[in-house]
Design a protein around this ligand. Structure first.
Ligand code: BGC
Length: 255
């Protein structure tokens, strides 16, 4: 029998503009509390973000003592250390981030990349639930986050948003921020996405693509325009994906 520590956990999703968290039920993949959101302190510096996470956790109310806490973050995370920093201060690079949060919160945490958490959640509870084979999640936002999940197991830290295509980092061309910045119509943006997903198909032969990020709610405007050999579906967990994935990885591990 599972103890409540496997079924109730806390997920916190740190982003460049907001930090969100909730207590979640991992048997159903639903939130047990309201989602609390606090703006990311400007500059995104380590101590300021850590303080905001402490504040957020206190706003979630009484958390069962044995509840696991998972935190996801926009960086490559290797053995608890942040190796990069997307839309947060460069001071995160090389930092023992997991230990920093653990000290401030006074409890163990699990610390993972944001796209990894979101992709894992879609496989456990969302658009790719129970799908075997190679699932590739891409989040189209300020950058492009990616997660590789094979037969339900996450292969962490894929940074496929930074594929070099046309001589440059393609996140700068095909993210949702690039669509906005370059005032691209859906058609024009989809031409870039076509190039991006075709490259991913060529390199990885996935069984399923999941498209997340805020723009996935407008999937009808661009997914049908893509011509791919691989099935491609919109994410369904939206703003809760990072929270759910981080919480589940914390409570039940990567399996
Ligand atoms: C970063 C990834 C992150 C993604 C989404 C990219 O720029 O390199 O680590 O997952 O943005 O936040």
């Amino acid at each position: 029998m599972l103890s409540s520590a496997n079924t109730v956990a806390v997920g916190i999703d740190i982003g460049g503009t907001g930090i969100k968290g909730a207590v979640v039920d991992l048997t159903t993949g639903t939130l047990l509390t309201d989602r609390v959101k606090i703006p990311t302190p400007s500059g995104g510096k380590p101590n300021d973000i850590v303080e905001t996470v402490v504040e957020l956790l206190s706003r979630l109310g009484d958390i069962p003592e044995d509840a696991h806490v998972g935190i996801c973050f926009p960086a490559v995370v290797k053995n608890g250390r942040t190796m990069s920093a997307a839309n947060v201060s460069n001071k995160w690079i090389g930092l023992e981030a997991e230990a920093l949060f653990e000290k401030a919160l006074g409890r163990d945490i699990t610390f993972v990349n944001d796209a990894d958490a979101a992709g894992y959640a879609e496989v456990r509870f969302g658009a790719a639930k129970d799908r075997k084979g190679l699932v590739l999640l891409t989040t189209l936002g300020t950058g492009i986050g990616t997660a590789i999940i094979y037969n339900g197991v996450l292969v962490p830290n894929a940074e496929l948003g930074h594929l070099q295509i046309d001589g440059g980092d393609y996140e700068l061309k095909a993210s949702y921020a690039a669509k906005e910045r370059d005032s691209l119509s859906w058609d024009k943006w989809t031409e870039r996405l076509q190039k991006y997903y075709t490259e991913l198909e060529k390199l990885l032969s996935p069984d399923l693509f999941i498209v997340g990020g805020g723009v996935s709610k407008n999937y009808a405007d661009f997914l049908p325009l893509l011509n791919l050999n691989t099935e491609i579906l919109p994410a369904v967990l939206r703003n809760n994906a990072g929270i759910l994935g981080a919480a589940d990885l914390a409570a039940n591990g990567n399996s």
